[in-house]
Design a protein around this ligand. Structure first.
Ligand code: ASP
Length: 594
């Protein structure tokens, strides 16, 4: 037995006991020949005292101890001297007076001080096993375990079976590029790593399993950002004989359980529901952060007879004019900064510009466009937006509604940040369901309609006639996203379970009958053998844990993540493979050596 207890367990009540601890040397201090070691294990830290007179005997080696050496110590739990207690440490009242030391393994000097938050991330990733020794990474991984455990417990109690689905599978249309794996046994053919277990979980419903979940690894070959990884984990759920409300209630229960067990907080349910169209028009986002107002205000009707031609012609031809009032922003943004904001909306979102009116305290309305507005228009504008001294109004105007909402939605978030509204509401947890998403969107690049979620999503019963009539843009889906503080935690839908409707949907998406057979023949066939009505959802586990941990990036809650070039700096993956290995799988590289 290496130890009798952990480095977190001992208190004043244990004084007098003899214990054995094992762990890593966190720090060493030599005070006039007496060595103080903070010994660390996963649970915590305990102070050990080595009195040097024993150095030749059972304490041999105590003078040579260095940070990260692995040791085993036996000694007596003793009260610390009055005045030397450490109230910040759970074990701060006691110390172990060592009677025996065993050095289990020596350590080289670590390449960086483990608890220094300023260490370059690449170095931390190269030595990830050392980085993971730090208190905050251990805390994050413990939290992740708690979340997964709460998920398993909750779903098990709700009658769900955890079922694994293949990782070597066929391409699934979730909207990203696939990772391909060549099949040696079937020359010239490839598996795709699943972007999500979508079709398998639906097939498990056809198979009569009724309630499925999986902590599923998913793979998407996308450009990476702070909250994206090429492989990530979803809490994947599917159930039969359920409607939208059933899935939403189930997921609320799951999140209540997770937040209770991982953070000890009680979150109120039910979460508010907001149709997609309302989320877009009020917040300019399909994942609105509702912790603060700064809502988009509709102004189109004010400008129908304006002498400002740009606005008047939009207002009379079905276009949209909206604004947000950044209360109190006038003193925070100079004209140069406003220019930079304009550049930003142009380059990032392809907007034509960012019209504004700035009303500095004691000043006039300052704006490139205001000279064109009549008195009535000015009065109506100020009234509707609550525009007052010290504010800036930002305008969005376009022939189409979506770009106006999207650009103002981004401006809204930037204003919230500038005005300190995000910081001021950091402790709030605003959960929300966004519902009634559009089923289809027209893709100008592909020149055909694409699924907003995926092709298996069910149209709303009321909107099926619109689908049949070819009025695709108006069809709403039985789809729902769960949002927390402006972050999409997860999303799902009630599915199509009828063969004909699924085939119709593929057809709308430009997949002809022949291609349907090749790509989705198995699913269409399965639907002809008595597929129950079913639906589900997936929650992004990494992102959820990131939010619960208060981390900035999902890399902080994944044990061995990739960097933003998709590389693992510790193992150097991905690596080149030799010609022979490629030949075995019938592959020849066309990559240029560089
Ligand atoms: N498969 C979907 C996704 O990965 C989730 C779902 O519809 O259940 O986003």
């Amino acid at each position: 037995m290496y130890r009798t207890t952990s480095c977190h367990a001992l208190r004043a009540s244990h004084i007098g006991q003899t214990v054995t601890l094992a762990g890593w040397v966190n720090t060493v201090r030599d005070q006039g020949g007496v060595i103080f070691v903070d010994l660390r294990d996963r649970e915590g830290v305990t102070q050990i005292v080595f009195r040097s007179e024993d150095e030749q005997g059972s304490l041999a080696g105590c003078h040579k101890l260095r940070a990260e050496d692995v040791i085993q110590v036996t000694g007596a739990v003793t009260a610390r001297l009055k005045g030397t207690e450490n109230t910040k440490l759970a074990t701060g009242e006691i110390e172990i007076v060592a009677s025996e030391l065993r050095v289990l393994n020596k350590a080289e000097v670590p390449p960086f001080p483990l608890d220094d938050p300023k260490v370059n991330e690449d170095l931390r990733m190269e030595y990830r096993y050392l980085d993971l020794r730090t208190a905050h990474m251990q805390r994050n991984l413990k939290l992740r375990h708690r979340v997964v455990k709460a998920t398993r417990d909750f779903l098990d109690e709700a009658g769900f079976f955890e079922i694994e689905t293949p990782v070597l599978s066929n391409p699934t249309p979730e909207g990203a590029r696939d990772f391909l794996v060549p099949s040696r046994l079937n020359p010239g053919t490839f598996y795709a790593l699943p972007q999500a277990p979508q079709q398998y979980k639906q097939l498990l419903q056809v198979a009569g399993l009724e309630k499925y979940f999986q902590i599923a690894r998913c793979f998407r070959d996308e450009d990476l950002r702070a909250d994206r990884q090429p492989e990530f984990t979803q809490i994947d759920i599917e159930a039969s004989f359920v409607g939208e409300e059933d899935i939403e209630t189930l997921v609320e229960g799951l999140l209540v359980r997770i937040f209770k067990e991982a953070r000890g907080i009680e979150i109120p349910t039910p979460f508010p529901r907001m149709p997609y169209s309302e989320a877009m028009s009020r917040y300019g986002s399909d994942k609105p952060d509702t912790r603060f107002g700064l809502e988009l205000v509709e102004l189109t009707d004010i400008f129908t007879a304006s002498t400002f031609k740009v606005f008047a012609s939009l207002a009379t031809s079905g276009g949209t004019i909206k604004a947000i009032n950044a209360k109190g922003a006038a003193s925070l943004l100079s004209k140069e900064q406003l220019k930079k904001w304009e550049e930003w909306v142009k380059t990032e979102f392809g907007a034509k510009g960012l019209a504004y009116i700035k009303w500095s305290t004691g000043g006039e309305w300052d704006s490139p466009i205001v000279k064109f507005f009549s008195e009535t228009e000015r009065a109506a504008l100020a009234e509707r937006t609550g525009f007052a001294e010290g504010d800036i109004l930002f305008f969005g105007a376009d022939a189409k509604l979506e770009p106006v909402c999207e650009v103002l939605g981004r401006v809204r978030l930037r204003c919230a940040d500038l005005l300190g509204l995000i910081k001021a509401n950091a402790d709030q947890l605003n959960f929300l369901w966004v519902v009634d998403f559009p089923l289809l969107a027209f893709s100008p690049e592909d020149n055909h309609w694409v699924a907003v979620h995926h092709p298996f999503t069910r149209p709303k019963a009321d909107d099926v006639p619109l689908l049949e009539a070819g009025d695709y843009g108006k069809v709403r889906a039985v789809a729902y996203d769960v949002v927390l503080n402006g972050v999409e935690l997860g999303g799902g839908s009630i599915r199509i379970h009828e063969r004909e409707l699924q085939a119709k949907m593929f057809e709308v998406l430009g997949v002809n009958a022949e291609a349907q057979q090749i790509k989705f023949g198995h699913l269409l066939k399965a639907f002809s053998f008595g597929a129950p009505p079913h639906g589900g959802l997936a929650i992004g586990l990494d992102r959820l844990v990131m939010l619960i941990a208060g981390a900035e990036s999902i890399r902080e809650v994944i044990a061995f993540p990739k960097n933003n070039r998709g590389a693992d700096l510790m193992t150097h993956s991905p690596v080149e493979v030799d010609f022979k290995q490629l030949r075995e799988v019938y592959i020849q590289s066309t990559a240029k050596k560089g």
